[in-house]
Design a protein around this ligand. Structure first.
Ligand code: AP5
Ligand code: MG
Length: 215
């Protein structure tokens, strides 16, 4: 199972990725999580990535492409993987093709912009694991604490409303064109593309994705 989740910031990629990776026993490759870990560690990569992500801009293609290339070469990716947040530009998608990575499914998650803003501004995050919650829609067992470790949840720096608005514009400009890119790949029989509504209950969205992937 080699699957990619495509959709705007806050549509639910990370939330659904967690379920799908458990279901199919595949690793979640989230460039956002990898870059946040680098930022947390204070490495050179992290300092550079923070200067982009704090403004809601994308990190340069060559940087993320080399991260993903290395990650996909690890042994746990041999039986499959889930890409969450990569590729998000045409050059990134082309780089995947160049290194010979074939995807089985591109699942496009969709939700209206007003819903997205509410989701992102209410999101809470467990920094070490990437586990995600929402103050209204997906509450932890104890408010403000991660269910597994009991550690405090934080708000992502890029989930402030002005940065969220810029991320959505960046998505429209740089990432949304990938939908047509993968439509064309699908027309050539190179991948399957499916559109799933990201609206509604988290379990309902999950069931709809599983229905498609199990075909
Ligand atoms: P990244 O971490 O990938 O952020 P993003 O794409 O902006 O996506 P999000 O993680 O914000 O949203 P999501 O779709 O995962 O939603 P979630 O499941 O959390 O990237 C961050 C930054 O890193 C980028 O801005 C860029 O700088 C850099 N970067 C990363 N990848 C890059 C790349 N390939 N190239 C260049 N730069 C890159 O859900 C959101 C909230 O909604 C949560 O609170 C959740 O609980 C809630 N929720 C989920 N589903 C539902 C539902 N059905 N109903 C109600 N609430 C829901
Ligand atoms: Mg995410």
């Amino acid at each position: 199972m080699r699957v990619m989740l495509l959709g705007s910031p806050g549509v639910g990629k990370g939330t659904q990725a967690k379920f799908l990776c458990e279901q199919y026993h595949i690793p979640q490759i989230s460039t956002g999580n990898i870059l946040r870990a680098a930022i947390q560690s204070g490495s050179e990569l992290g300092v550079m990535a923070k200067s982009y992500s704090d403004r809601g801009e994308l990190v340069p293609d060559e940087v993320v492409c080399s991260i993903v290339k290395e990650r996909l070469a690890e042994t746990d990716c041999r039986t499959g993987f889930l890409l969450d947040g990569f590729p998000r530009t045409i050059p990134q998608a082309e780089a995947l093709l160049t290194i010979g990575v074939i995807l089985d499914y591109v699942v496009v998650l969709e939700a209206p912009i007003d819903e997205i803003v509410v989701r992102l501004t209410g999101r809470r995050f467990h920094l070490t694991s990437g586990r995600t919650y929402h103050v209204l829609f997906d509450q932890p067992k104890v408010p403000g604490l991660d269910d597994v470790t009991g550690e405090p949840l934080v708000q992502r720096d890029d989930d402030k409303e002005d940065v969220v608005r810029n991320r959505l514009q960046v998505y429209e400009r740089q990432t949304a064109p990938l939908i047509d890119f993968y439509r064309q790949q699908a027309a050539k029989g190179k991948v399957n593309i499916a559109f799933v509504s990201g609206i509604g209950d988290i379990d309902e969205v999950k069931a709809n994705i599983l229905k498609i992937l199990s075909k």
